[in-house]
Ligand binder design. Structure first.
Ligand SMILES: *Cc1c(COP(=O)(O)O)cnc(C)c1O
Length: 394
């Protein structure tokens, strides 16, 4: 079923993208086929020359993958979406499609570790340099822009300190300098924040996280307009081949149907947990956008619907104390992954940010007492009790 734009978000999340076959199936089918058959040689020629739209080969298009792309594009408010094998291949495809040697990226410092390595180690080899700036300081972004800057890249809120960028301000800045603003919308998802409606040019996702929401599959996506995404990024996909598998697309498609319900429930649990943590002895500081104490709290309700599902807090006593709290848990999963129904707990300084030098970690504000929780959907009383065990022995 093809859905007109006037349907509400929840309806698009459930109805968009499935084009029912003559079998009349109600559920979305998984098309496990690598190639497609043509009626005759003339049609084959027309497909290959792009004179006739349609499937050729599943590295290019697949109906299950297309259904996921159409649905996610409708949810982000973009014209076009290209699904990829992972979140990292979404960023790589975007960069290969839109940049050339000599171009520069200005990026937030507080981004996913592998993204930093991709920019600094691999893109740099091909003559694309990246400068890093503090996410929440528009003045620093402006100062870093040069004549060759082509992309501004960020995540908001940031990991693990939950700092937020003002997307409208940065979109205006990007456009005044003829640059594109790219937002990794992994933490909020379109259920809580739609950067394209605030002026961003491109959104990318690690579908591995909340879009799936149950820790089953690895995947990614890039969303934007027909020219940038439908032509440039799609061109990289069909040529270089980091395509999404139909099975994974089907899992993500079903994940999107419950995305809004899940994100609001994650955020409700996270808000309750953050408020509770603020009152615990031994907790020095809690980082959560939904708290009045958060420096960009004013963006809640305008840019970002709720505080989201990630809560970070600092305990007194550094690494030893943080590890003690983590090791005292019985229910929470000790893993750096996030965006799952299961609550996860991690020590950023020695895991996700372990490869940084001490100076880099200090500049990024990642102290040894910091603990990050990706709050899941278990009963909040059980999550609190599991953390209380460790906090009690600090
Ligand atoms: C996990 C993650 C990625 C990378 O996605 P993969 O699916 O693991 O390749 C990129 N950005 C953010 C914010 C992430 O959390």
């Amino acid at each position: 079923m093809s859905t007109p734009d006037e349907f509400e978000f929840a309806t698009r999340a459930i109805r968009t993208g499935h084009h029912r076959t003559p079998e009349g199936e109600h559920g979305e089918p998984i098309f496990t086929t690598s190639s497609y058959v043509f009626s005759n040689a003339r049609q084959a020629a027309a497909r290959f020359s792009n004179d006739e739209p349609g499937n050729i080969y599943s590295r290019f298009t697949n109906p299950t993958v297309s259904a996921f792309e159409e649905r996610l594009a409708a949810m982000e408010g973009g014209e076009c979406c290209v699904a990829t094998a992972s979140g990292m291949s979404a960023i790589l495809s975007l960069c290969l499609g839109l940049l050339k040697a000599g171009d520069r990226i200005v990026s937030s410092r507080g981004i996913f570790g592998a993204t930093t390595v991709l920019f600094n180690k691999y893109l740099a080899r091909f003559g694309i340099e990246t400068s890093f700036v503090p996410l929440a300081e528009p003045g620093a972004w402006e100062k870093a822009l040069g004549p060759d800057t082509r992309l501004l890249f960020l995540e908001t809120p940031s990991n693990p300190l939950t700092e937020m960028a003002d997307l409208r301000t940065l979109a205006n800045l990007a456009h005044a300098h003829d640059c594109l603003l790219v937002v990794d919308n992994c933490f909020c998802t379109p259920a809580l924040q739609r950067p394209l409606t605030l002026g961003a040019d491109l959104v990318m996702h690690s579908a591995t996280k909340y879009l799936d929401g149950q820790g089953r599959c690895v995947g990614g996506a890039v969303i934007g307009d027909r020219k940038l995404v439908g032509e440039e990024v799609f061109g990289v996909l069909r040529t270089a081949g980091p395509s999404m598998s139909p099975f994974n697309a089907w899992v993500f498609l079903k994940g999107l149907e419950t995305l809004e319900l899940r994100m609001l429930a994650h955020a409700r649990n996270a808000q309750t947990l953050a408020e509770w943590l603020e009152k615990q002895a031994g907790v020095v500081r809690v980082f959560y956008p939904g708290l009045d104490s958060h420096p960009q709290h004013h963006l809640i309700g305008t840019q970002q619907r709720t505080g989201g599902g990630i809560v970070t807090f600092e305990v007194r006593g550094g690494r030893e104390a943080a590890w003690r709290v983590i090791d005292a848990t019985r229910l929470l999963s000790i893993t750096a992954n996030l965006g799952d129904t299961k609550t996860t707990i991690t020590h950023p300084a020695t895991t996700t940010h372990g490869r940084l030098t001490d100076e880099e970690r200090e500049a990024a504000g990642i102290s040894e007492g910091l603990i990050r929780i990706a709050v899941g959907l278990e009963a909040i009383e059980d999550i609190k009790a599991d953390l209380a065990r460790g906090l009690a022995i600090l």
